[in-house]
Design a protein around this ligand. Structure first.
Ligand code: NOJ
Length: 535
């Protein structure tokens, strides 16, 4: 029997941008609650909510100043409890974001730590003496630009921050830090949350000798500045395995919860995070559909390589977008957005969707005076800013897209009057209908959430595979190109099939005979069951 987090589809909500009920232009918990019916009708199984904890918002909630409370901007703990109860009442799960690598510089732990070299919490963070020339202790960089070290004038030492200087890194070699963070997990698990997405899980432990990172020979101008070196000593250290195991033990103190790790690493290192004996993360997030070039042959290869890299008993997962990346409709273009959705929701493994992708939202141009993201502010004009993919959910064609009663914190897309939930629900040809039908099919056909994956030989712009076996088998054929294509089926498939879904929503029930024809940018799911056997 598979678990909910194996069968289910995860839907990421960026809370600042989902729904504002308090009228300040920023989304909140009551807003999310008011849209649970929408989420349920969409057909997903779990929501993951980016951080809603108290925070100075230097990195929009990824700088936490209290792990066991709710930021007043998002509501109260009572609002959270109601949201959780109502989520569960609908049969949905709720996953929180856990940010263990760093706190806010306004967290009481850091305030105490920086107060003096003798502070009881000094060793909760990574403090080092200056280099002999007075500069930073080593060459480690911040992912948001510049040195990863900040000098504290008062105590004469530097502290390390992998992200903003307002996000000092915790010292995960200190057992007191570990114990305190485990208690944070227990606090929320006792409240009833169903699991965590762990922020930058591969960063938690750094080299104990603080050795310099080597230069990256593959660095090209225009790459994010920190790619100039290979983070051999500042991330993905061997000791991380024990840290993850210990997190997992806390999760396993409770029934049926999930541990998901945010990890940007090559596949062979990524799969190590399942842990020896699968006692690590349940789902080390797999971002390959975000990072890889969008073409059939390359994707075919990476899917097969990922499938064979997963340890025995490990469960795969796929992510199409998140709040740190360009939106899928912008990355692959609107014509391919449905093909991408069909790929995400038919591969073997837990899919994670990003809010708004189901209505075809694209990146929004942010004028310089509206920039919010510190990454864009630190590295302007390089296309690294994350605001364009974080704009408010487009609910209606009305004022402020039905997101808020006041102008929202980030600009709305120009086309929100035509691309919004209400308008799309009235038109059965739109991408929202496609996503709802696809998610419905996933629920109805066990082959999609659970069946085995088998590649099917295809050429050029076509990618094909089957899911499941025997009568339950489905054939998925996706056209990544702008020309029509045909997949000729070999004898291993029954000669006659029936189209269960096309990305164009106009071929359901059509029979296929020995081959499958696709229009440009089309994907289809073919069922080989006898029609009366299709539920
Ligand atoms: C990854 C998060 O997804 C991103 O939004 C954040 O800026 C960094 N971690 C730092 O917490």
């Amino acid at each position: 029997m598979s678990t909910w987090w194996e069968r289910g589809v995860i839907y990421q909500i960026y809370p600042r941008s989902f729904m504002d009920l308090s009228g300040d232009g920023i989304g909140d918990l009551k807003g999310i609650r008011s849209r649970l019916d929408y989420v349920q009708a969409l057909g997903v199984d779990a929501i993951w909510i980016s951080p809603v904890y108290p925070s100075p918002m230097a990195d929009f909630g990824y700088d936490v100043s209290d792990y066991c409370a709710i930021h007043p901007m998002f509501g109260t703990m009572a609002d959270f409890d109601v949201l959780l109860a109502e989520t569960h009442a609908r049969g949905l799960k709720l996953i929180l974001d856990f940010v263990p690598n760093h706190t806010s510089d306004q967290h009481p732990w850091f305030i105490e730590s920086r107060s003096s070299r003798d502070s009881a919490k000094r060793d909760w963070y990574l403090w080092r003496d200056p280099a002999p020339d007075g500069g930073p202790p080593n060459n480690w960089l911040s992912q948001f630009g510049g040195s990863g070290w900040e000098l504290d004038e008062k105590t004469g030492q530097y502290y390390y921050h992998a992200f903003l200087k307002q996000q000092p890194d915790l010292n995960w070699r200190n057992p007191r830090v570990v114990a305190a963070m485990h208690d944070v997990l227990r606090f929320w698990l006792r409240r009833g949350v169903d699991g965590f997405r762990v922020d930058v899980l591969w960063h938690l432990i750094k080299d104990d000798q603080f050795r310099d990172n080597p230069p990256n020979p593959g660095f090209k101008p225009g790459d994010p500045p920190h790619h100039v070196q290979i983070p051999v000593y500042s991330a993905d250290r061997p000791e991380i395995e024990d840290v993850v195991r210990a997190l997992r033990r806390v999760i396993d103190e409770f029934d049926d919860r999930v541990l998901i790790g945010e990890i940007y690493l090559p596949v062979e290192r990524l799969v190590a995070y399942y842990g020896a004996d699968l006692k690590g993360a349940h789902l080390p997030f797999n971002f390959q559909l975000i990072l890889a070039a969008w073409n059939a042959r390359g994707l075919d290869k990476l899917i097969c390589e990922y499938e064979s890299a997963i340890p025995d008993g490990g469960w795969p997962n796929w992510v199409l977008g998140n709040h740190d990346q360009k939106r899928i409709a912008t990355r692959v273009g609107p014509d391919q957005a449905r093909v991408a959705g069909m790929l995400l929701l038919t591969l073997r493994g837990t899919p994670t969707m990003y809010y708004g992708d189901e209505i075809g939202m694209h990146d929004v141009h942010i004028p310089p005076d509206r920039v919010q993201d510190p990454f864009e502010k630190n590295c302007p004009g390089m296309g690294l800013g994350r605001d364009p993919g974080r704009t408010p959910m487009q609910w209606t064609a009305g004022e402020n897209a039905g997101f808020s009663s006041v102008p929202p914190w980030l600009p709305l897309a120009d086309d929100y009057t035509t691309h919004n939930v209400a308008t799309e629900l009235e038109d059965g040809t739109r991408i929202l209908t496609f996503y709802r039908k696809l998610l419905e099919l996933r629920r109805a056909q066990a082959a999609l959430p659970e069946g085995r994956y088998k590649p099917v030989a295809a050429q050029g712009d076509l990618l094909a595979y089957t899911r499941g076996s025997g009568d339950d088998r489905l054939l998925i054929v996706l056209n990544f190109g702008a020309e029509a294509g045909r997949l000729v089926l070999t004898d291993e498939h029954p000669p006659q099939g029936r189209i269960a879904l096309s990305t164009c929503l106009d071929r359901e029930g059509e029979t296929t005979q020995g081959s499958v024809d696709l229009r440009a940018n089309e994907g289809v799911i073919v069922s080989f069951r006898r029609p009366e056997a299709v539920r």
